[in-house]
Design a protein around this ligand. Structure first.
Ligand code: UTP
Length: 302
C-alpha cells in the first residue's frame, strides 16, 4: 500500500501572525526566499507523493499562483538570460500534481481534512500542516511512510516537549513506553489529549504537524462533535478512530519549527539562513558583530 496522496491544510486564519496574515495565508510567508508551503510541498514530493491536495481558505489565489506557471515572468527571465532563476521558477510549477479544495469557513483542522475526502478516496494518505517546517536529513514524511509500511496503521509524528510548553500541543498517552521497533521510537497510542495542563499531560510526547491517516478517519471526522468554538478538531476524530483501530506515534528524527508563530518563524529563518551556501557565512559574520555578542563600538577614523 503506497502513500500516493497528501493533504496540506492551509485555510486557517493565522491570527497569531496578524497583521501579516490579514490578506495572505501564513503559509505564503517567506522563510529566507521561499514560502513556507513550498518547503512543505517539496517534503511531500521527496516522500514519493505524487498528488497533493491543498486546502485553501478565502485568500486562495496567492497559493495557487505560486505553484502555477508564470508565463510573463518566465518570458522576462528568458529574455534577460537569467537561466538559473528561470530553472528555479519552472521547477516550482512542475513539482507535483496539485489540486485545490476550498474550506469556506475555518471550522478547524479536522474539518479542513474532511473537505479533501472526495479527492483522497479510499486509501491511506499523508497530512502535512502547511505552517510546520521540519528540518531533517531524511524528510519527515518519508520517515513516516517507512513506519507506515511496518505498522499499516495511522501514524502520528511526535516530539518530546519538556516542561509547561506541553500544554500547547495534542499529547499522546502510549500503551507502553517500550518502543515497538528496535531502531525507531514507535509507540502504540492508548489515548490522545488536546492541550492538557502540564500536570495532567499523559506523557511528554507532543503531536506535531505530520500524519499518515487511514481512510477511516473520514467517517470519524464526520461523526466528531464540534468543540466549544464550533470547530472540528482532528484530535477528536483520532480518538474516535482509536476505538476502531490501532494508531501509532513515531518520534521523528529532525527539528520542527512552528512557522505559524512569530518566534518559531524567526528561529526557522535564522537557522535556515545559516545553513545556506550563498548566505550562511555572511549572515553569521553579521550576527557575530551584533552588540549582543560584542560591545565594540564603531570608530570614525580619518
Ligand atoms: P493552527 O492551529 O495553526 O490554526 O492550524 P490557525 O487558525 O491557522 O492559526 P492561529 O492559531 O489563528 O494563528 C494548523 C494548520 O491547520 C490549518 C492551518 O492553515 C494550519 O496549516 N487549518 C486550521 C485549516 O486549514 N483550517 C482550519 O479551519 C484551521
Amino acid at each position: 500500500m503506497r502513500i500516493r496522496k497528501a493533504v496540506i491544510p492551509a485555510a486557517g486564519l493565522g491570527t497569531r501572525f496578524l497583521p501579516a496574515t490579514k490578506a495572505q495565508p501564513k503559509e505564503m510567508l517567506s522563510l529566507v526566499d521561499k514560502p513556507v508551503i513550498q518547503y512543505v510541498v517539496e517534503e511531500a514530493v521527496s516522500a514519493g507523493i505524487d498528488h497533493i491536495i491543498i486546502v485553501v481558505g478565502q485568500d486562495k489565489k496567492t497559493i495557487e499562483d505560486h505553484f502555477n506557471i508564470s508565463h510573463e515572468l518566465e518570458k522576462t527571465l528568458k529574455t534577460r538570460g537569467k537561466k538559473e532563476l528561470l530553472h528555479q521558477i519552472q521547477k516550482i510549477s512542475n513539482l507535483a500534481k496539485i489540486s485545490y479544495v476550498q474550506q469556506k469557513e475555518a471550522l478547524g483542522l479536522g474539518h479542513a481534512i474532511l473537505v479533501a475526502k472526495d479527492l483522497i478516496g479510499e486509501e491511506p494518505f499523508a497530512v502535512l500542516l502547511g505552517d510546520d517546517l521540519i528540518d531533517s536529513s531524511v524528510p519527515c514524511t518519508l520517515q513516516m511512510v517507512e513506519v507506515f509500511k511496518k505498522f499499516k496503521s495511522s501514524i502520528l509524528a511526535t516530539q518530546v516537549v519538556e516542561g509547561p510548553d506541553i500544554s500547547r500541543y495534542g499529547v499522546i498517552e502510549p500503551k507502553s513506553f517500550d518502543s515497538l521497533d528496535k531502531t525507531e521510537h514507535v509507540f502504540e497510542v492508548s489515548d490522545l489529549v488536546e492541550k492538557p495542563s502540564f500536570t495532567n499531560a499523559p506523557s511528554n510526547l507532543a503531536i506535531i504537524g505530520r500524519y499518515i491517516l487511514t481512510e477511516e478517519i473520514f467517517d470519524t471526522l464526520t461523526t466528531a462533535k464540534p468543540d466549544a468554538n464550533g470547530e472540528i478538531q482532528l484530535t477528536q476524530g483520532l480518538r474516535l478512530l482509536l476505538e476502531k483501530q490501532a494508531i501509532h506515534a513515531y518520534c521523528f528524527k529532525g527539528k520542527r519549527f512552528d512557522a505559524g508563530d512569530k518566534l518559531g518563524f524567526l528561529k526557522a529563518t535564522v537557522e535556515l539562513a545559516l545553513k545556506r551556501n550563498d548566505l550562511g557565512e555572511d549572515f553569521l559574520n553579521y550576527l557575530k558583530k551584533l552588540p549582543l555578542f560584542s560591545n565594540k563600538s564603531t570608530q570614525i577614523r580619518g
